[in-house]
Design a protein around this ligand. Structure first.
Ligand SMILES: [Zn+2]
Length: 185
């Protein structure tokens, strides 16, 4: 279960990183290191790096930021080009390499990771609250004995309620301390 979650988080991080790299780097800026390019209108073309040819059929398209070869039908984006021509073992390595070279900031964690952190925070807060209430009841039983000496029932009731509320601050501190010392069940 945890492993699945981790894999999913990593995959999401990869997708977001790949998007960031694709958005930031024009394929025209990367391609010249692998291919001799000539201009053709707003696009570029050259000899395909993926198959042997004598006439240029490898096109780079500015509007889609992708390549397409009319000879071998190879197609892809800036990451695929770097991955294949740069001989990277994985797409992830190609993404990281491009990000470092072109100064693209990669997302550190996925949205799901942040959601999970928020969820953990909420769970922690709730556990602390439950523990604080338990301390509050315990302290009331421990220190509430003096209430029996109040003869007037209404006065006793009012004092008991006030005392119980006052104990919350102490109970909250105790719960917080116990949670942070890792001594909670
Ligand atoms: Zn080709």
């Amino acid at each position: 279960m945890e492993a699945t979650k981790t894999t999913e988080a990593q995959f999401n991080r990869f997708l977001k990183s790949a998007e960031a790299v694709k958005d930031a780097i024009p394929i025209m800026d990367l391609a010249p290191r692998y291919i001799d390019l000539q201009r053709s209108g707003g696009n570029y073309l050259g000899l395909c790096p993926f198959h042997s040819e004598k006439t240029t059929s490898f096109y780079l398209y500015a509007d889609t930021n992708r390549y397409y070869c009319y000879g071998c039908k190879a197609t892809g984006d800036v990451i695929n080009l770097h991955h294949r021509c740069g001989n990277f073992g994985t797409l992830w390595e190609a993404v990281v390499s491009l990000a470092e070279e072109f100064g693209v900031t990669l997302p550190q964690h996925s949205d799901r990771w942040h959601e999970w952190q928020d969820e953990k925070g909420r769970r922690w807060h709730k556990a602390e609250e439950v523990l604080a209430r338990a301390y509050q009841r315990r302290y009331f039983r421990l220190f509430g004995g003096y209430l029996d000496s109040i003869e007037d029932p209404d006065e006793r009731k009012t004092e008991a309620a006030a005392f119980y509320e006052d104990l919350y601050t102490l109970a909250r501190l105790s719960a917080s301390y116990r949670m942070r010392s890792g001594d909670h069940e």
